[in-house]
Design a protein around this ligand. Structure first.
Ligand code: KIV
Length: 307
């Protein structure tokens, strides 16, 4: 039981006034108006609520949660059920931002039918407004079928973490002419298929700039330089909660590790020195009940004394 349980039955507190809802139309409009698009990952109610209230356009329930929340070495083990569970938590928090669910490894790799089925599960069972899937030209058939099922799709090309073993490690993609050609072909194919945006991850700035000019879908960069239409970062990277040296492209805007450690250490010290909780942090009996209880205790003490 926590303090929120005593909060008049209102478990999460009132949600403040909302800004206009962000949709695929808003995102497309932003590209046309050359307005930068913001995107962050979130995986739980509390962080999703903060991210939404800060005015971020899109919240991606990324499969990076496998690493930063569940502690796996890479994104491959996370399951559909785990992704649905976290997407629901985010959905409950978010009012305005667009909620995008990341299709986990294995959820769309066997055949298009199961890919469509899993995309629909994110919308029906978790309230996602779009799904993201990794891969370029080879995903065009699937993208079209998911779009036919009325689910907007965000593409993801470049350094695609689900292809870790095929790529032979996490390597910047598109560094030579065949790589550049492949990336441009992938971006154009996804754009033609109708994705509403394309994540460009681990791509040289020059290539990302070229693709951004080439395609009508907004490009969302992560390790792809400043010329994309928008930027995405993993929330835990942004606030230093990853327990590893940050990648070159990460800018840490806060130090949650230091903040949390300090709070936990202070709690420990206060409990061990009986400084927490104090009287003001305690519940008290009503005055007359307290007086009655004291009288009972006095009588008990007297009886014991008389024996
Ligand atoms: O899973 C994730 O967080 C992602 C972003 C890095 C784009 O795919």
């Amino acid at each position: 039981m926590s303090i929120t349980s005593f909060n008049g039955g209102q478990l999460h507190g009132a949600q403040p006034a909302i800004r206009p809802k962000i949709t695929t139309t808003t995102i497309h409009e932003k590209k046309l108006q050359h307005e930068p698009i913001t995107c962050l990952t979130a995986y739980d109610y509390a962080t999703a609520r903060l991210v939404d209230q800060a005015g971020i356009d899109m919240i991606l329930v990324g499969d990076s949660l496998a690493q930063v929340v569940l502690g796996y070495d890479n994104t491959l083990p996370v399951t559909m059920e785990e992704m649905l569970h976290h997407t629901r938590a985010v959905r409950r928090a978010v009012r305005a931002a667009m909620v995008i669910a990341d299709m986990p490894f294995g959820a769309y790799h066997e055949d298009e039918k199961s890919g469509v089925h899993n995309a629909l599960r994110f919308v029906k069972e978790a309230g996602a407004e779009a799904v993201k899937l990794e891969g370029g030209a080879q995903r065009v058939g699937l993208v079209k079928r998911v779009l036919d099922a009325e689910v907007p799709v965000m593409g993801h090309i470049g350094l695609t973490p689900q292809s870790l073993h095929k790529m032979g490690g996490y390597k910047v993609q598109g560094k030579d002419f065949s790589g550049i050609e492949r990336l441009v072909k992938d971006a154009v194919a996804l754009d033609k298929a109708g994705v509403f945006s394309i994540v460009l991850e681990g791509v040289p700035r020059e290539v990302a700039q070229m693709i951004t000019r080439e395609v009508s879908a907004p490009t969302i960069g992560i390790g792809a330089g400043p010329d994309c239409d928008g930027q995405v970062l993993v929330f835990h990277d942004l606030v230093n909660l990853t327990f590893a040296p940050p990648a070159k492209f990460v800018r840490q805007y806060g130090d949650a590790a230091a903040l949390f450690t300090n709070a936990v250490q202070q709690f420990k010290a206060d409990v061990e020195t009986r400084m927490y909780p104090n009287d003001a942090e305690s519940y008290h009996l009503p005055k007359d009940t307290k007086a009655e209880l004291e009288a009972i205790l006095r009588r008990k003490e007297m009886k014991a004394y008389a024996k």
